[in-house]
Design a protein around this ligand. Structure first.
Ligand code: NI
Length: 171
């Protein structure tokens, strides 16, 4: 399986609309495997299709980063159907390499999504898994880390990106 280059913040494809996944075939399976390979190699806990320039409502998650096949989760056309509590956690993103910021997410969520075969499933998650699910679903709505932070925190974050870009450490 091939890995795909991960596109970084500033690329318009990260904010472009994402079309629903409608065809669950061999091509989709191949794309999903490439997304897992790309996430594992990064390494990262998950990857959304727009991050490799494919504007589909599709993401993969694997908190074990390739160690436990049971943790491979495919999210096609996911939606959050319930949420509870709030918790503040540090978060990073493969499209902001080397950067982290802290903001609030729901403590627990229920997600409805299709798997690689098109079968609908309900996923109940809390803490890290809930955070990761919210993060990937955000990507499918064109929302990035930076959209969750405001004011001085956001200004400082952008300054850190610019510094990395200047030193060539970005990407
Ligand atoms: Ni991300």
């Amino acid at each position: 399986m091939q890995r795909r280059p991960i596109i970084l913040w500033g690329d318009p494809r990260l904010a472009a609309p994402n079309a629903p996944v409608e065809t669950f075939d061999k091509d989709l399976e191949a794309l999903i495997e490439e997304m897992f390979e790309t996430a594992w190699a990064a390494p990262g806990l998950g990857l959304a299709a727009p991050q490799i320039g494919v504007n589909l409502r599709l993401a993969v998650l694997d908190l074990s980063v390739g160690k436990d096949p049971d943790q491979k989760t495919v999210l096609a056309n996911p939606e959050i159907i319930g949420q509870e509590g709030r918790v503040s956690m540090e978060e990073g993103c493969l499209s902001f390499p080397g950067l982290f910021t802290t903001f609030e997410r729901p403590k627990s969520i229920t997600v409805r999504a299709q798997d690689a075969t098109g079968k609908w499933q309900e996923i109940e998650a809390e803490d890290l898994l809930a955070q990761a699910l919210c993060h990937e679903i955000d990507h499918l709505n064109g929302t990035l880390l930076i959209d969750h932070i405001r004011g001085l925190k956001r200004t400082m974050f952008i300054r850190r990106v610019k510094k990395l870009q200047k030193t060539g450490a970005w990407g």
